[in-house]
Design a protein around this ligand. Sequence first.
Ligand code: SIN
Length: 489
Amino acid sequence: MHNIKDKQLIKHFSYINGSWHSSETNIDVLNPATGELVASVSNAGVVETEMAVKAAKKALKAWSNKPANERAKLMRTWFDLMMANQDDLGRILTLEQGKPLAEAKGEIAYGAAFIEWFAEEGKRVYGDTIPAPANDKRIIVIKQPIGVVAAITPWNFPNAMIARKAAAALAAGCTFVVRPATQTPLSALAMAELAERAGIPAGVFNVVVGSDAKAMGKVLTEHPDVAKFTFTGSTAVGKALISQCASTVKKVSMELGGNAPFIVFDDADIDAAVRGALASKYRNAGQTCVCTNRIFVQQGVLTEFTEKFVKAVQTLSVGNGLSAGVTIGPMISVEAVTEVANLVEKSVQAGAKVVLGGQQGCDSTSANQNFYQPTVLTSVTNDMPIAQNEIFGPVSPIIAFEEEAQAISMANDTEFGLAAYFYARDIGRIWRVAEGLEYGMVGINEGIISNAAAPFGGVKQSGNGREGSKYGLDDYLEIKYLCMGGLDK
Ligand code: SIN
């Protein structure tokens, strides 16, 4: 299939307790660029999800008791295997998700980097000794794995969102059950195949693929044996999952929606800002939580930035992600395209102007309606639907502003607080704006901020917890305080 060298990486069953489980019905995985069937995968449900939690619980003791350097060795082998199979894994990802092959291979390296990073960081789970209030006592703090971790992950990063969670969990000594998105299960199952080849013991990493999101989500959020639940997806779904976790008081971490501002000040390097905006906005056809959602440009540089940006967007090439030179793949579904088209239409009715794109479809030769042309809108105001909603598509609304304080205030005028970006050279402005933006991550003269060494996460309704970096382990650890008394002679 499509030049995949190692056919064993294409799996059709859920991976539970170290073995592959079939079910009576199947889910068809379709290529969003062509509508063709990529593979059918067994459709698991509540029973299999419960089996996976049970397996993770059973495997917990032995895994958490392993010295961190032994866990690290196994994880390092998993990382090596992912990188050795980067081309195949990238192709599988493009086939089921649509992003261009170079970007898909980039995602494999990005995902693998979390496994490498946390394999190392797991060796550095330090405790503390704290000066006690009395001579006959000592206060000691140790950190222990929280237990079984359950995760629900999205279709926009079928590999990296699993890797980012699983790597931290496994390094901390936890075991893991994930329900990947039904549109993109093949990448998750290929990761399981490589985890098995790496020698990760049965029950430590489990993947349950099933279409009954509600019922499987209920097991993962309410099961008493699950200690921690983690989710990447929309804020609306995240809120429902958080409330389900309340019944067993689970620790949760949530990576939810965004509405990223990208601010270009009049002292910015405009060419750098254009490159940054292009990279941040059009990555994965605009389907990431950290994609630029609103571009604010100061009046003095509005014309120059807009002209250069439109020119740059015109260089993007839309098509099947497996074709050479393609930089924008399809969106995940025709419904997703319709939502984006509606936001554009409503904003045009409110006064926005389409200066580029604004069309559904790939090109004149393709009837596939899963594509949306890279689009630039001008004369946008911050109250329009395109600015108030997370677009999750390849549309750039440009909003003019006069003063620095006005830009900060408009940027913060949203319930979301995931990523923000700005371009400026004045050092005083850089500090004022960086501190004034109510966001968990701020790119300063930089449009791509995600990497394994940095803490990824949001504030406000964009979620809680951090993934990646030394802080990423905290979400999978419990702090235990030991009070040692009776030490007086
Ligand atoms: C996301 O869209 O949820 C993740 C994006 C990233 O890791 O950069």
